[in-house]
Design a protein around this ligand. Sequence first.
Ligand code: ZN
Length: 272
Amino acid sequence: MQWFRNWRRERILRRHPLDERLWRSVTGRYPFTRALSGAEQSRLREQVILFLHEKSIVAAGGLALRDEMRVCIAAQACMLTLNLDLAYYRGWVEVIVYPDEFVAEYDYVDEDGIAHHVEAPMTGESWLEGPVILSWADAELRSGDPGYNVVIHEFAHKIDMLNGAANGFPPLHAGMDRAAWSRAFGAAFEDFRERVARGAPTAIDPYAAEHPAEFFAVLSEAFIESPAAVRTEYGEVYRQLAAFYRQDPAARNEAGSRILQVESRGRSPTHT
Ligand SMILES: [Zn+2]
């Protein structure tokens, strides 16, 4: 069936070209897309076309959803699957986008057996086998807090939930060591909780201390947004994420900034 999948994929790519100007404006927005090589940008573009074909991105709360917004969301989501496969987003279809924070209502029973009803403002939500819900005001942020990216965060939860409820343990590749993953994430999570509890400064969003699933999602967003900080603070977690996502964004950013330096030297005035 591989030939059929390839044929179908090629046909979708042929029939749904992505406007060049729109694509350039979206990839120009984010430092992490600007750092991609030409080949990586082409791969991201193909995934974005397939993503937009497979998923239904719908507006809620009176938002007027434009093509550019759809492409922005798809491009950020596909940064995580760039070297994996869109099949990591299988089993669900809908992305719901609100203009700004939305109110989530849910019920839960606590450890003492007491039922609670909660209404909380949210910037993003991921449902097991259900939709991803996003606040556009947060999704479009180009340069909010470094390391903060609600789109990548919610889609990391989706990848985590491929093997059941979110727990910070996505399905690892053959050849990856599950015990090494647990050791790296377990130790980093404990250390991070302790640092947050005593108010120590950290380059990583303190929300990561909430739960191992949040730790994985926050570290995944920082892995793309501010990879050098993750590599410095939790090197072993960085190595596990690089093996899982099959990319090394810190090295890619360093290579990108070397090229920029060479270019700016090359453009320096020949007479002063
Ligand atoms: Zn989360």
